[in-house]
Write a protein that binds this ligand. Structure first.
Ligand code: STX
Length: 314
């Protein structure tokens, strides 16, 4: 990855609805090739290291926290917070900067949102760099939150289900929804930490205690868990498999696209990236043999930077 960028060249806020105001920042070259970074979760917010996937001399690097995430306000708000609200927000950010067309970069939920945005506004997307493909199908949610990843991380799974009474464990996403929306603060925070810890404990090939520690900060866990769960109980506000439908892919087939996928990604397993390649053979798909889900895994980060370097000169 490129060296850390500790200070953006510009930060600001953008009011996008009666309720929501987004935090954004610009790094790199203010007159450079524009790229927008779409973070994961949903609800995960941006991290300063996300600036380093891009050559700062070539790119105008635009990061923003999606509704309710990171520094956007109100924190963890679920009102007017849907996939299609976020797609409209991306257009509002683009128009705010007076950009005609930009590159789009997203991993995990960020890949979901990148696909939804590109299929809604294909003429605004110069290229796509995607990581850990997630299309929010019921089968994907079932694998990670009900019966799949649980067989690979039994210790972390035991902690995740301990939060839920046995009689409610047949639908973990729904059971967590009740606790994440409880009127009792303690219940809400405990559920948010347990939900977030499950994801952070399974996001890397080698479990990273520091990475997990981030999940247990109240502010992060609250937004991450509540917003993720809200989207999942609503099936991402999409038809099951919508983003992979051939008529949807036809809208973006022409867009240069590179996908980087960890072989041992248990959060967003490689099967979805493979399905995307089957329906969209024009994409370049890299499956990294020694990586899990995180964009910071060495093999994944290296190929992501190779991809952004390639597209900078498009
Ligand atoms: C199912 N959600 C996976 C996702 O989008 C995601 N995983 N980790 C993240 C952060 C890096 C933003 C914490 O997002």
């Amino acid at each position: 990855m490129y060296p850390d960028i500790k200070t953006p060249i510009e930060t600001g806020t953008l009011k996008v609805s009666d309720i929501h105001t987004l935090y954004y920042e610009v790094s790199g070259n203010k007159d450079g090739v524009p790229v927008v970074f779409l973070h994961g979760g949903p609800g995960g917010g941006c991290d300063e290291k996300d600036r380093s996937f891009f050559n700062p001399t070539k790119y105008k690097i635009i990061l923003f926290d999606q509704r309710g995430a990171g520094k956007s306000t109100p924190t963890a708000s679920l009102e007017e917070n849907t996939t299609w609200d976020l797609v409209k927000d991306i257009e509002k950010v683009r128009e705010h900067f007076g950009i005609e067309k930009w590159h789009v970069f997203g991993g995990s939920w960020g890949s979901t949102l990148s696909l939804a945005y590109a299929q809604s506004h294909p003429d605004r997307v110069g290229s796509l760099v995607l990581r850990g493909i997630f299309t929010l199908r019921k089968s994907e949610l079932n694998f990670f939150y009900q019966n799949g990843a649980s067989h690979l991380f039994p210790e972390a799974w035991e902690e995740y289900i301990a939060q839920i009474p046995e009689q409610e464990r047949s639908d973990m996403v729904l059971a967590y929804h009740a606790q994440l929306n409880s009127i009792d603060d303690e219940t809400r925070i405990a559920a948010a930490k347990a939900w977030s810890k499950w994801e952070m404990a399974t996001s890397r090939l080698f479990v990273d205690p520091e990475y997990i520690a981030r999940a247990t900060s109240d502010h992060f866990a609250n937004a991450f868990a509540r917003i993720e769960n809200h989207y999942f109980v609503n099936d991402g506000f999409m038809r099951d498999g919508q983003l992979l439908e051939s008529q949807e892919i036809d809208k973006i087939r022409h867009i240069p696209t590179i996908v980087v996928q960890g072989r041992y990604d248990v959060v967003c397993p490689a099967t979805t990236a493979y399905q995307l390649k089957k329906v969209w053979p024009e994409i370049t798909l890299h499956i990294v043999p020694d990586a899990g889900h995180s964009s910071r895994e060495e093999g994944i980060a290296k190929l992501l930077v190779q991809a952004t370097d390639k597209f900078a000169d498009l």
